[in-house]
Unconditional design. Structure first.
Length: 304
């Protein structure tokens, strides 16, 4: 069975995120390393780190990862904002390393002026500085695929591949797919042949060995919308069949998969994380014809 989990709040302490994950049936865990709406937070104490690691060991959870905050924009053309973003990312990377997280998942950023080539260079420069300053860390940085909203960069595999090409050392650099973002960015993952072509295109452009995690999120908006709006599993435009296809695809279903679906309780009182994870496990266990026909040209047709 695929390794399934969710993003959990660190309110009350990092160990509380572990407790929430266990209570909702997670097998893997994603957290923020600090407040996601602040540039800085107090340094981690030895007590905080130890409490989190003890909780993890007791829980049996695997593949703990972090996600960067909402203020960071490594693609910004504003020198002050870019430098502040770099420093904030380095702080988060060090915190992820201290907590023993396997990876820190980041949004590449937004160029603001639609100067995509320059924006990609700014992202690569920032990543290079962070990794060079922390040579002993074994924590990965994973570039998340984005929806392409506004002036976001990182919506296409071509753009992510360019960042890899601009880096001197990519040993700790990987990718995290987000199913909502990929659909919004016009990848035809909602079709059997479209999913297959998307996987093969990524293998050609970057390499499946660079794919380290997947965010399983349904989408409130249709394919190609460019709008990032997460929905509960099976209730959006990604759809149940797509999630079944992903969960049963041996090319990717060995990876840790995290939901970032809306929190709260359903009308029957059940926790939405429990509902979404239960459905995903049911889909993973069902039989299906995995892939459609695969033409020789593997570029996804609907990608702009």
């Amino acid at each position: 069975m695929p390794i399934l989990g969710a993003h959990q709040s660190i309110a009350g302490g990092f160990e509380k995120a572990v407790e929430r994950a266990v209570a909702t049936g997670c097998e893997c865990l994603q957290i923020f390393t600090k407040s996601c709406t602040r540039w800085k937070s107090p340094p981690l104490s030895e007590e905080q780190i130890a409490a989190f690691q003890r909780a993890l060991q007791r829980s049996g959870l695997r593949h703990p990862v972090g996600h960067d905050g909402y203020l960071i924009n490594l693609a910004s053309p504003d020198p002050k904002l870019w430098r502040r973003s770099l420093e904030s990312l380095e702080d988060e990377y060090r915190r992820a390393t201290q907590l023993g997280l396997e990876a820190l998942i980041i949004h590449p950023g937004a160029s603001i002026h639609n100067d995509t080539d320059a924006a990609l260079r700014r992202i690569a420069t920032a990543l290079r500085e962070v990794l060079d300053r922390n040579p002993e860390s074994k924590t990965w940085i994973l570039l998340e695929t984005l929806a392409g909203q506004g002036s976001q960069v990182g919506r296409s595999f071509d753009e992510l591949a360019t960042i890899f090409e601009l880096m001197d050392d990519t040993q700790r650099l990987g990718v995290c797919w987000d199913t909502c973002h990929m659909l919004a960015a016009d990848y035809p993952i909602d079709l059997p042949a479209g999913w297959d072509r998307t996987v093969r295109w990524f293998e050609r452009q970057i390499g499946l060995d660079r794919l380290k995690a997947i965010h399983l999120n349904d989408s409130k908006t249709a394919r190609g919308s460019g709008v990032d709006r997460h929905e509960h599993i099976g209730l959006g435009y990604v759809g149940r069949e797509t999630f079944r296809r992903i969960l049963q695809d041996p090319r990717v279903n060995h990876l840790p998969m995290y939901i970032e679906t809306p929190k709260g309780k359903a009308s029957d009182g059940r926790d939405w994380d429990v509902i979404n994870l239960t459905l995903l496990r049911e889909l993973a266990a069902e039989r299906q014809d995995l892939l459609g026909s695969s033409p020789s040209d593997d570029r996804p047709r609907s990608l702009l």
